[in-house]
Design a protein around this ligand. Structure first.
Ligand code: GUN
Length: 284
């Protein structure tokens, strides 16, 4: 039987509507709107698309967004200076630096320079550490969005065996922490795992975040499992595909998130939610 589709566009629109209400309430109370600085360095076409989605979402929910479109030649010193200025800027609640950065810039150093209270991506060691210690503050957008999508199917994570395929700093690792927080049993597979397919076949829920088009085929999935696809890969043909072979897996799974229209819109929606939350903490 064909799987039911997890509609990320719909759930993301609901999250954005909730943020819009929060922003409107602030306005009614005579407060300023939340503000975010969105920094894009270089001209990577995919990053350009993602940043445009983020800026458009800000307009939709009433968040003030300030754009920094910087050349690939921007030095680390120049970027750190901008971060310092934004950290001190009272109308900026969130600082988003689109990754990846050019290779001459040290991502970790730049992320650590962001005030953890303005780290709306949830990448700062303080925010990742708080999540690990079960005192979440600003949470990484994509993993938080995946949790919302799982819950949108009516399932709970508690007690489930969830296999996360991929162990990146942006998705796999914080995803495992979010799932642990909700009481799931978590297995993280990565390039050194002996048999990821065998591990994945044991899962109630599979989360694909490896960045490899079509890696997860039907033989990775137990009948009736739920499959979330975090991958966004552009093929040479121009087609956008996930890490999951949708055609075969959707015949076996009970629930599946598509690409596009699954996890992607949730990342942007959770960024909006984080920016509102960061702003409400500042209370200015
Ligand atoms: N690059 C890929 N995903 C992300 C994300 O969620 N945030 C940022 N800043 N960069 C990314």
């Amino acid at each position: 039987m064909a799987a039911q589709i997890i509609d990320g566009k719909k759930v993301a629109a609901e999250v954005r509507a909730e943020v819009r209400m929060g922003v409107d309430l602030r306005r009614e109370q005579g407060k300023r709107p939340p503000g975010i600085a969105v920094i894009l360095i270089g001209d990577d076409p995919a990053s350009n698309v993602y940043v445009n989605h983020k800026r458009r979402a800000c307009d939709e929910v009433g968040i003030m967004s300030r754009s920094y479109d910087l050349p690939a030649s921007t030095t680390q010193f120049e970027l750190l200076k901008i971060v310092d200025e934004l950290n001190a800027d009272p109308v900026i609640d969130g600082i988003l630096i689109q990754l990846p950065l050019p290779s001459h810039i040290d991502d970790s150093l730049v992320i650590e320079r962001i005030d953890p209270g303005k780290d709306v991506d949830g990448f700062h060691p303080t925010n990742v550490g708080k999540l690990a210690l079960r005192i979440p503050a600003l949470r990484p957008c994509t993993p938080f969005g995946v949790i919302k999508l799982i819950e949108s199917t009516g399932q709970v994570c508690k007690g489930k065996h969830v296999v996360v395929v991929g162990a990146s700093n942006i998705v796999g690792r914080p995803m495992a922490l979010e799932l642990l927080l909700r009481g799931a049993t978590v297995t993280v597979c990565h390039r050194f795992s002996a048999d990821s397919a065998a591990l994945s076949r044991q899962a109630d829920i599979v989360i694909a975040a490896a960045g490899k088009p079509g890696l997860i085929t039907a033989d990775w999935v137990r009948p009736g499992a739920t499959v979330l696809d975090v991958g966004i890969n552009r093929l040479d043909t121009g087609k956008l595909v996930g890490d999951v072979d949708f055609a075969s897996v959707s015949e076996k799974a009970a629930w599946i998130s598509p690409v596009p229209g699954g996890v992607g819109p949730m990342t942007v929606a959770m960024l909006m939610m984080n920016t509102l939350r960061a702003c409400e903490k500042h209370q200015l």
